[in-house]
Design a protein around this ligand. Structure first.
Ligand SMILES: CC(C)(COP(=O)(O)OP(=O)(O)OC[C@H]1O[C@@H](n2cnc3c(N)ncnc32)[C@H](O)[C@@H]1OP(=O)(O)O)[C@@H](O)C(=O)NCCC(=O)NCCS
Length: 161
C-alpha cells in the first residue's frame, strides 16, 4: 500500500534560505518550448532583490511546505519593494509583492493553494506579477481574490485588497 504523504506548512526559518532561492529560480516563468534560464539569472539585480538579505526588511515573510521527513517542497514569500527599486509586480511601497513555487513533482495537490492561504492570513493585501500564459498560477490567484491591475506585454500585475 502506498504511504500517505504528510505535508505540513510553517513560517520560514533562516535555514530555509537556500530553498527559498531555489523556489525563486523555479518561479521564473519559462514559456512552453523554451529552455530554462541559467541559474546565474538569480544574480541579476531585478531577480536578486526579491530575496537578498531576506528577513532584514520589515514585512519580509514566507511560508514553507515540508514533508513528514522535513524536506521542503514549496514556498510562498512576500517582500515590500521600493519605488526606487521596484519588483515586476510593484504597486506601492506599502504593499508586499508575492512570489511562490512548488517543487515540480508536487504540483496539483493543493500545496500552492494552502501556502498562499497561509500567507494571506498574515498579509491580506499583496500584489504580484504573473505571465498571462501561466494559467495554473493565474487560476489560483483569481480564485483567492486577486484581480488584474495592469498588463504589459505577456505580464499581468494583480492585486488583492
Ligand atoms: C503556481 C504553483 C505555485 C501552484 O502550486 P500547486 O501546488 O501546483 O497548486 P494547487 O495544487 O494548490 O492548485 C491551485 C490551482 O491551480 C490550478 N491547477 C492545479 N493543477 C492544475 C493543472 N494540472 N492544470 C491547470 N491548472 C491546475 C487550479 O486552479 C487549482 O485550483 P483548485 O484548487 O481549485 O483545483 C505551481 O504550479 C508552481 O510552482 N508553478 C511554477 C512556478 C510559478 O509559476 N510560480 C508562480 C509565478 S507568478
Amino acid at each position: 500500500m502506498e504511504n500517505e504523504l504528510i505535508i505540513t506548512f510553517r513560517p520560514w526559518l533562516p535555514p530555509d534560505m537556500n530553498f527559498l532561492w531555489e523556489m525563486l529560480y523555479c518561479s521564473i516563468h519559462v514559456p512552453e518550448g523554451s529552455a530554462r534560464p541559467d541559474r546565474t539569472i538569480l544574480d541579476q539585480p531585478k531577480i536578486r532583490h526579491y530575496l537578498e538579505d531576506f528577513g532584514t526588511r520589515s514585512g519580509d515573510d514566507a511560508q514553507v511546505a515540508v514533508t513528514g521527513e522535513g524536506v521542503q517542497i514549496g514556498a510562498a514569500w512576500c517582500r515590500r519593494m521600493s519605488p526606487s527599486d521596484p519588483g515586476y509586480g510593484f504597486v506601492d511601497a506599502s504593499i508586499p509583492e508575492l512570489g511562490m513555487a512548488v517543487d515540480a513533482s508536487m504540483r496539483g495537490r493543493g500545496i500552492g493553494r494552502q501556502l498562499l492561504l497561509d500567507l494571506l492570513d498574515r498579509h491580506p493585501t499583496m500584489s504580484l506579477s504573473v505571465d498571462t500564459d501561466n494559467q495554473r498560477a493565474v487560476g489560483l490567484y483569481e480564485s483567492l481574490g486577486f484581480v488584474p491591475l495592469a498588463e504589459s506585454g505577456s505580464s499581468c500585475t494583480m492585486i488583492r485588497h
